[in-house]
Design a protein around this ligand. Structure first.
Ligand code: FPP
Length: 251
């Protein structure tokens, strides 16, 4: 056990440092099922999920991965029982309060993407504070998708471009992939190279639809609260066995 902890504090030797993904995105599924298997209430799964996410962020820093994006709350998640929604909103706020000083000290830039205007005001304040105070940090870009939906993101980008065309700021011919990307919530962030989804479902669930165009997808049956460094190692090994052709033919 001690041996593996020592090993996992550094990039595992069988991984090629030059072929790591720059940006990893995660769909953290399975918190509720994990809690149920342990005979615990669902919220215990979310609490454990936060610890796992925190260690993954640290692991990315340890192993030299420069961007991590996590799907924390989708636009569809409002349909969950009110108690669970309230718990999650409170949890996000408490995590930000608790972790901000450490993120500043560790040079982490945190960014939230999604329709943030409809989140509880106290959470919005905490989000603004954390984004403002880490905006110049550069060791790792940590993005949290909250009240996020990929289709909604594309619609809002289209609206804002259409408005600029209407006002004469842009011509329709100016619209290309780069310009469109710059109107997404994730403007300025490189697209994910690897998407990891836990708990076995083979779906994108409206996550980063535009940005995921060329991402490699890794699905594991492991539930999110059990997704540790060993599991991340497996995901990266699988990624490094893929041939990323971006539409080209093999050499
Ligand atoms: C999916 O499991 C998980 C969520 C909807 C919440 C994930 C949120 C966190 C781990 C907190 C992140 C916090 C911050 C501030 C970054 P599920 O409930 O859908 O599990 P199930 O499919 O087993 O029911």
């Amino acid at each position: 056990m001690t041996q593996s902890l020592i090993t996992y504090s550094q990039l595992p030797l069988d991984l090629d440092r030059d072929r790591l993904p720059h940006h990893v995105a995660v769909i953290m599924d399975g918190n509720g099922r994990w809690a149920k298997h342990q005979g615990l209430p669902r919220i215990k799964g979310h609490q454990k999920g936060v610890d796992v996410l925190k260690d993954l962020l640290r692991c990315c820093q340890d192993w030299g991965i420069s961007a991590l994006t996590a799907y924390a709350f989708s636009t569809e998640n409002w349909k969950r029982p009110q108690f669970e929604v309230d718990f999650l909103m409170g949890l996000f706020e408490r995590v930000l309060q608790r972790e901000l000083a450490e993120m500043i000290a560790e040079n982490v830039r945190i960014r939230f993407v999604g329709n943030l205007d409809t989140l509880p005001q106290s959470l919005q304040d905490e989000i603004s504070r954390s984004m403002d105070s880490t905006k110049d940090n550069s060791t790792i870009e940590f993005t949290v998708a909250t009240n996020y939906g990929g289709q909604q993101e594309i619609v809002q980008a289209t609206r804002s471009i259409a408005q600029k065309v209407k006002e004469g700021i842009l011509e329709p011919e100016d619209i290309d992939e780069k310009l469109f990307e710059n109107h997404l919530y994730t403007a300025g962030l490189v697209p994910p190279d690897l998407l990891i989804r836990t708990s076995g479902e083979m779906r994108l669930s409206n996550f980063l639809l535009w940005q995921m165009a060329y991402a490699e997808i890794y699905v594991t049956k492991t539930l999110w609260p059990d997704f540790d460094r060993r599991e991340f190692h497996k995901a990266l090994s699988s990624y490094q066995q893929r041939e990323r052709r971006f539409g080209k033919i093999s050499k």
